[in-house]
Design a protein around this ligand. Structure first.
Ligand code: FE2
Length: 295
């Protein structure tokens, strides 16, 4: 279902990050500046020249509450070449929303782009290759998955690669309508399922056992669940397999899926606790997004 994109779009009368803030970062950046150190040193000056820094928070919260996603339009770094300036600018924006989490490689930001065969045959993640990605929640195999996922678009694909979102609320509605939905929901809420950490990550805990639905939140990644059941065959019960397969079918074929096209210099913010996201197929290897997650 192609939804009306404009209902998620959040903009300000000029760029969301004002040009004088970008200029300030460019003038004051040092060659080896660490993002967090730089910001703590310069934040007071930034707040002095960025009056409206916190003013879009209300609009973002409202869109997330109503739609599960928000698209921030015209961020203001589309022509910035220096990735350090881009990262600091994005960090200043994201910290008005919540606290960015640190990636396992100690980075706040992760480049989502095709890397070809740079890993010499090692497993590469969805974020490192072109093509579609099925509906899932991020960090489903973590003890505490992040609340939000953000993707800033440096360069969209010219042949697809759109974002897809399905809210947990709509999925629950679909379950309610299904003849076996009550049983499936009960099992998803009251059974521990094994989520295996993908081999491309550096796992301290390779498998965690969690319900798929818990505290009105969802965690789901089909391949992690299948790999978890492969690793622990004693957990491969008829109920667990039935549940995962039915849920996956109801997610993938869901009538409430929203397809959203995110353009250059826009950023999509996704509620990772209360919905599933995916991307449509693309082959344009120049597609380039910058991902961060917020706790
Ligand atoms: Fe994801």
């Amino acid at each position: 279902m192609l939804d009306k994109v404009h209902s998620y779009i959040i903009s300000t009368k000029d760029t969301i990050i004002p040009s004088n803030v970008i200029q300030y970062i460019q003038n004051n950046i040092s060659p080896h500046a660490e993002i967090i150190d730089w910001v703590s040193k310069h934040e007071k000056e930034i707040d002095d020249i960025w009056d409206e820094r916190y003013e879009i928070i209300g609009k973002i919260s409202k869109s997330i509450r109503n739609n599960g996603i928000a698209i921030l339009d015209n961020i203001g770094i589309g022509d910035v070449i220096d990735f350090r300036v881009r990262h600091i600018a994005l960090y200043l924006l994201l910290t008005t929303i919540s606290k960015p989490s640190i990636h396992s490689t100690n980075d706040i930001f992760w480049d989502v782009k095709d890397i070809g065969d740079q890993k010499n045959g090692k497993v590469i993640t969805f974020s490192e290759r072109y093509g579609e990605c099925p509906l899932h929640t991020d960090s489903a195999f973590s003890e505490h998955p992040e609340h939000f996922l953000t993707l800033y678009v440096v360069k969209p694909a010219n042949d697809g690669g759109e974002s897809v979102y399905l809210s947990f609320k709509n999925l629950l509605h679909t379950l309610t309508e299904h003849k076996d939905g009550d049983k499936c929901r009960y099992l998803l809420e009251n059974t521990d399922f094994p989520f295996m950490t993908p081999p491309s990550f550096n796992p301290n805990t390779p498998v965690i056992l969690k319900p798929v639905f818990q505290d009105n939140r969802v965690r789901f990644r089909y391949d992690c669940l299948i790999d978890g059941l492969d690793k622990y065959p004693e957990l491969r019960t008829v109920d667990r397999v039935w549940c995962i397969e039915l849920l996956n079918e109801l997610i993938e074929n869901n009538q409430f899926k929203k397809i959203v096209s995110v353009q250059k210099d826009q950023m999509i913010l996704i509620d990772n606790w209360h919905g599933f996201h995916a991307r449509t197929h693309f082959e344009d290897k120049s597609r380039f997004l910058i991902r961060a997650r917020l706790i």
